[in-house]
Ligand binder design. Structure first.
Ligand SMILES: [Zn+2]
Length: 337
């Protein structure tokens, strides 16, 4: 079976998917799945395989000049279209104009894929290839395109110039314009078995103790790549398990430094588990004994609704610190009625 450094770097269930997808001739592939299923990792490995100068069974060799250029984010035939916030985190270069505007603090890095970035990538698509067998445009997370950005891409996505291939990865396929979805060949990310996830997580975090690993799996709802992100952020078992009672007491606990969206997701996880417990079901994100006593059921349901409502607008926090304070006092009121 094909084994290259590029394959080795992937989780086992992503390796299988790469072997299946790399030989496909589709000009636009759309990888869909819940957050943390590894769609970006798979999309990047696919792009690399298409750009590789000496692929082995269609999979990137990991050794050639093309593979190297992809690794250091300088491949001339590879464009990545992502929100500026993510590009900056992952060290992908922005256009000179965008970088300049952000450096001069004329605007903040966008959490959306900007239409001018899409236009620039399309003009890249018109230029002749330099060295690779293909040009590749990777779009992630594809649901972060607004209508204007998506519409800018539609025509090229439908009839790409020869040699141009797209790979889109999304964590919310329902949020994509149907016209984008219909122009792509869709692939649903495969869901690994819990024991596969545990073995992989252990191999990725040598020396991690079993309790912390359990906490990462809890925090991620059992989703592999999200669990690894929690591990990399240094979440510990004691921090995670202390959270529900701290929240019930109006304390931020480990959440104090997290971004607003993450705080809200965590409150939703607590609300979910309290609801599940009240209904006689099993908790999913916390051990049973980590949960505070169940509050009044009606108040709990209303709280959950308020959190869901807040999560629709959390991308535009006016003052994250103030929001956390408000959320905490709202949560605390459930237990101090
Ligand atoms: Zn290569």
């Amino acid at each position: 079976m094909t084994q290259t450094p590029v394959i080795d770097a992937l989780a086992p269930w992503l390796q299988d998917q790469l072997r299946v997808l790399a030989p496909r001739q589709a000009h636009a592939l759309l990888l869909t799945g819940a957050p943390g299923m590894g769609q970006f990792e798979l999309a990047a490995a696919l792009a690399k395989s298409w750009l590789c100068e000496a692929p082995i069974d269609h999979v990137a060799c990991g050794q050639c000049a093309g593979c190297h250029a992809v690794d250091v984010h300088t491949h001339a035939d590879f464009s990545v279209l992502m929100p500026e916030t993510i590009a900056l985190e992952q060290d992908w270069p922005l256009s000179a104009a965008a970088q300049d505007a952000i450096d001069k603090k004329e605007r903040k890095p966008s959490r959306w894929i900007r239409v001018d970035a899409a236009r620039e990538v399309l003009s890249f698509a018109q230029v002749t290839r330099s060295r690779a067998p293909h040009k590749v445009i990777l779009i992630y997370p594809a649901e972060r395109m607004n209508h204007e950005t998506a519409n800018t891409l539609l025509k090229t996505l439908e009839e790409p110039p020869p040699g141009l291939r797209f790979v889109l990865a999304t964590e919310a396929s329902h949020a994509l314009l149907p016209t984008i979805r219909s122009r792509c060949q869709a692939h649903t990310m495969a869901c690994p078995q819990p024991q596969q996830i545990a073995a992989w997580l252990s191999s990725q975090t040598q020396g991690a103790n079993a309790n912390d690993m359990q906490a990462w799996l809890y925090a991620s709802g059992g989703i592999a790549h999200s669990a690894l992100t929690w591990a990399q952020r240094g979440l510990t078992h004691s921090h995670w398990q202390a959270l529900p009672r701290q929240i019930a007491a109006g304390q931020p606990g480990a959440m104090a430094d997290w971004d607003a969206a993450e705080q809200l997701q965590t409150l939703l996880k607590i609300a979910h588990d309290l609801m599940a417990k009240a209904a006689g079901g099993a908790s999913r994100f916390f051990a049973d004994d980590a949960l505070p006593p169940s509050p009044d059921l009606r108040a709990l349901a209303a709280w959950q609704q308020r959190l869901i409502q807040a999560s629709r607008t959390v991308e535009h926090p006016f003052n994250p610190g103030l929001m956390l304070e408000a959320w905490l006092s709202d949560a605390q009121s459930l237990w101090t009625r």
